[in-house]
Design a protein around this ligand. Structure first.
Ligand code: DAH
Length: 352
């Protein structure tokens, strides 16, 4: 048995020395020291020998095992080092090569517009607010001078929540950002200079409407606020947002929550408000010199009262416009289907 052990040791030592690759070395290790390896097999056989022999042969076999393991470790290190040197010699990294840019996204057209609107109004002291987008009928309609069953409500194709009613009526998905008006007045801090930008929901979907869209709502309430303030602020906005050569005009209109009420138009960028194209034809873009932006007006006394504000002491103006519409008007993009804004098609979105 001793001879057999010696013979195994010799063969194993030669095999280890001759190994050329790490793989060769692994194979040798498995062959002699693996679970079914030769030396392992011998060690297993020892258990059936008488005690005396078991002791001396056992210690010899274990010595051989230890030696082989040390050899394997040394040779493995050497082979690994050779391999690394080889890689260093044959493979090159050009550290001066310019990197490859990972694809970089950008903010959605609507988010860009929301940020810009916020920034423009913040410069004249308006603070962006957040109010619920699921709100009571009271804030969405009734406090805005639209009693229950008033036909003016038909303008807003409202989603009603299937939820219990409260003293403030049913719950609705806010069909406009005007719900913020009375909520803001209730805070009782003057002057009020609010810019509320939020999602709105209406039961409508076609090429010019989506059921979820955005509006920005301004509210300014203080003592002695007049229409000239309204004009000044909206003119400032139009010039900042659309460009210094643009102007606004007020066109009489009707809303329940403002008196007087207006529609606001901005002068067309192409014909500069003249309505005429080259050759004295109608301007291709606007046809009449002006583009419609959205509604505005002087806050109705009933709305002030609903917010616990004394209309004899305070007055104010409000306006509410669609973000999507205003943003597209700025970029000059005419969409034949507004729904593409929310289809997440990168080919479209990348352009802005
Ligand atoms: N809330 C109105 C709408 O969604 C827009 C509006 C008009 C808001 C006049 C106002 C306003 O604050 O004064 O159509």
């Amino acid at each position: 048995m001793t001879e057999k052990l010696e013979e195994i040791r010799k063969r194993a030592e030669i095999a280890i020395r001759e190994a050329k690759t790490l793989q060769d070395l692994d194979d040798v290790e498995i062959c002699y020291l693996g679970r079914k390896g030769e030396l392992t097999g011998m060690l297993r056989q020892l258990s059936s020998l008488p005690d005396e022999e078991k002791k001396s042969l056992g210690s010899k076999a274990n010595d051989i095992k230890g030696e082989l393991e040390r050899m394997l470790l040394a040779v493995r290190r050497q082979l690994l080092e050779n391999r690394l040197t080889e890689i260093g010699r044959t493979e090159r990294v050009d550290v001066t090569e310019p990197g490859r840019r990972p694809p970089e996204g950008h903010l959605h057209l609507v988010t860009q517009a929301i940020r810009e609107v916020t920034e423009i109004f913040s410069r004249i002291g308006f603070v962006r607010t957040r109010y619920p987008e699921v709100d009571w009928d009271w804030y969405a309609f009734e406090s805005l001078n639209m009693p229950k069953d008033h036909p003016a409500r038909d303008e807003w194709e409202t989603f009603f929540m299937d939820a219990p009613e409260s003293k403030k009526g049913k719950m609705v998905l806010t069909p406009h950002t005007s719900n913020a008006q009375v909520r803001e007045l209730e805070r009782g801090q003057f002057p009020v200079r609010m810019i509320n930008i939020a999602k709105c929901y209406r039961r409508q979907i076609d090429v010019t409407h989506v059921p979820m869209f955005h509006q920005f709502e301004g509210l300014y309430v203080d003592t002695h606020v007049s229409i000239t303030h309204l004009r000044g602020v909206l003119d400032y906005f139009a010039k900042e947002f659309f460009g210094p050569d643009r102007a606004i005009r007020l066109r009489p209109f009707h809303f329940r929550f403002t008196e007087p009420s207006f529609e606001i138009d901005v002068s067309c960028a192409v014909c500069k408000g003249t309505g005429e194209g080259p050759d004295r034809q109608k301007c291709r873009v606007c046809k009449r010199g002006w583009l419609e932006l959205g509604g505005a007006g002087m806050v109705h006394p009933n709305v002030l009262k609903a917010g616990n504000v004394d209309p004899k002491k305070y007055s104010g103006f409000a306006f509410g416009w669609g973000v999507e519409r205003t943003a597209l008007m700025k970029s000059g993009t005419k969409l034949d289907d507004i729904r593409v804004l929310y289809k997440n098609d990168l080919r479209f979105l990348k352009q802005f």
